[in-house]
Write a protein that binds this ligand. Sequence first.
Ligand code: FCB
Length: 442
Amino acid sequence: MINRRQFMALASAATASLSMPISTASAKSDGAGKFPEDFIWGAASAGHQVEGNNVNSDIWLLENVQPTLFKEPSGDACNSFELWETDLDLCKALGSSSYRFSIEWARIQPEPGFYSQAMLDHYKRVIEGCHKRNMIPMVSFNHFASPKWFAAMGGWTNPQAPQLFADYCRRAAAELADGIGYAVTFNEPNLLRLLKVIGLPPFVWDMQGKMLDAAAKAVNSDYVSCLNAARIEDLDTMNPLLIEGHKLGRKAIKSERSALDVGFTLAMLDEISDGSDGGNKARDEMRDYNYGAWLAVQETDFIGVQNYERVVLTDDGKLPVPDDAQRNHAGRWVEPTSLANCVEYTYRTTNKPIIVTEHGIGTENDQQREWFITESLRHLQQTIQNGVPVKGYIHWTLLDNFEWVSGYTEHFGLHTVDLQTFERKQKPSAKAYSRIIKRNRV
Ligand code: FCB
């Protein structure tokens, strides 16, 4: 087994070779640490995590059954459904040129046969609010949560799912597409595959199955399944249906406005080999399982890269996190070279434009966040300078929010939120990020 120092030498050699100029790339930074003039900066959110009271959604259902994997229910979340203007102001105050958020399918289509004009109008106002503040609205049509009725039909295990999703996309796009800057069909449709390879313990999958059974009982369904909570044996059925859903959803959105860029985002690990044959093989297999089918999709105008962590693969499996490595809240390995590695790999594999649609760190130590943002952006800038066309960087996340199964205990935000008064306060890391944005350089 190699030690940490030997590994670091290998890893930096691997990164250096990845950093060789890519000749055909178009977007170049302006050199000397600068990002390109038109580089998009921003912060991200997701409806279910901040809006509150997403009562017709499948995730709300899962939060409120017994047994549940969720530490606590989302409840009012950050009350962003009411306070969206405050959030846009906070995002703008960073110097952002974009705000990423999701429209909630469960609000727009709470019943299979009913589209809510009032909810579509709400999201139209949010989009207009972005324009008023000179921010490009980057809009996800699905960020994990779906309507309860959709999950009760088996969610993404049901062959009708792609068409049902496309119908919703079409209706929402008819009202909203004109104002959207970039559209995302799915956020991290590969998340469960990635969690599988990270090695979620069997009891968690087991518990997930029991939670889904309880949800099915609660809504009188034979089978409930959700995008980010499903049974391990369904993952291979879901993947092609999600890909089909992306293709049909994108077509539906483009049928309302053909010039709109529509892509998807992927959950990406920075999987690295220690240089051994076994490590290389494990890395390639892991990448193939996590992203292979998605990176082969031609029908996309960009790919959203979302990276949080690193894994190192050896002849004997995964390298334990070295003692002197930086860890996040969950104890997993974080390195500032990881984002650039993921971006580079995605571009080399697909030749598609890249947007970093999420990147951040769950930590109670805001200085660690500041360090992580700054150093990750330093490496990202070098990658752009070497010719990888990265259009923008959207930090996850604007606010401390409802972090899915972890409830309100994991904090990725640039701002704290008081869950009683909903008061937001800027953290020092937000100031540091804002300085980078305003200078357009690290
Ligand atoms: C990503 C999700 C996002 C948030 C971050 C921490 O996987 O897309 O909603 O939970 O992780």
